[in-house]
Design a protein around this ligand. Structure first.
Ligand code: SF4
Length: 312
């Protein structure tokens, strides 16, 4: 009998959240944006329609099973194969999970729907909300995030400001910086002005560390990141590495399986995920570790990116 689709993945080692148990609340790849740096690939269903893409009952019943095991979980994280707040049951799931466990709940969001008072109200039950803001002007917003045609930059910022007023939990604002696109002095100046109004608990700078959708997306160097971090002040940090504990999470078996697969033929992220029955977000983290250990490399052929062993 076919195994039910799993809406839960991990716990995966997260650079920010420790051991994060992911809840995948939308099908691959359903999002209101099509970011140039997205590590999951191009958005195939660009939408702003909220609906129960993934059944609340199925997610909660699978979560109940995982919570019955003795794995270390620092956060239950709403994220996955696109924008999780597109799932119309987010609020109900948050309330139900709060009854099931004391583990903190984080919601990762691109912030595009925070102009909706109903969604803001649903998210009040979370412990931590991590919205991203990758632009400080409408032009850069369109260039970096390639949003659904109905989404306006000013409304996102207004939604973030309102949410800060209403939400009593922590807000960590993520800013993804891409070389030559949103890192110039003028844009950083505008960022600082918007961020000071939003007043998040943390500002987390990120850059392109995993293969992006568009190959022209390049990372900032350490010194450039450090300079921008200093200009944002004390609450700003560069998203930290999470390496030592991460290595222990993936058994040698899983690493070997990936290496064996890649020795046979170069594979895309999606190939590896399908072959090994692992969620793309889990595979991405494992591949990052193998790349850092110089066991595999990333190469592009045509418009696709492949992973292969170094010696191949
Ligand atoms: S918002 Fe997130 S999931 Fe959607 S395209 Fe951007 S990076 Fe990818």
């Amino acid at each position: 009998m076919a195994k039910d689709k799993s809406y839960i993945y991990g716990p995966v080692p997260s650079r920010r959240l420790g051991f994060s148990l992911g809840l995948d609340l939308v099908p691959y790849k359903t999002c209101s944006f099509d970011c140039i740096y997205c590590q999951l690939g191009k958005t195939t269903n660009k939408t702003t329609q909220r609906k129960e893409y993934v059944s609340k009952d199925a997610v909660l019943s699978q979560l109940d099973e995982v919570l019955g095991t003795d794995q270390t979980i620092d956060y239950i994280t709403f994220s996955g194969s696109g924008e999780p707040t597109l799932n119309s049951s987010v609020g109900e799931m948050l309330k139900e999970i709060k009854k099931m466990t004391q583990i903190k709940i984080a919601v990762l969001t691109n912030g595009s729907l925070l102009s909706d008072p109903g969604l803001r109200n649903e998210l009040l039950a979370a412990d931590l909300v991590v919205p991203s803001l990758d632009a400080a002007s409408p032009e850069t917003f369109k260039r970096v995030n390639r949003p659904h045609s109905s989404i306006e930059f000013d409304k996102i910022v207004a939604g973030l400001l309102k949410f800060r007023e209403e939400f009593k939990g922590n807000i960590w604002l993520e800013v993804m910086l891409t070389k030559g696109i949103n890192d110039n002095t003028k844009e950083i100046g505008l960022f600082k002005s918007i961020v000071s109004k939003i007043n998040p608990d943390k500002i987390q700078l990120n850059t392109v560390v995993r293969p992006p959708t568009e190959k022209y997306c390049l990372p900032l160097g350490e010194s450039e990141l450090a300079r921008i971090k200093n200009s944002f002040g004390k609450r700003c940090e560069i998203i930290p590495e999470f390496r030592a504990r991460a290595k222990r999470t993936y058994t040698r078996d899983v690493q070997e399986q990936v290496l064996e697969l890649l020795k046979r033929r170069p594979c895309t992220l999606s190939d590896i995920s399908t072959s090994l029955g692992m969620h793309p977000n889990e595979v991405i983290k494992l591949l990052s570790l193998l790349q850092k250990d110089n066991k595999i490399r990333y190469v592009e052929y045509g418009d696709k990116g492949y992973y292969k062993p170094w010696e191949a």
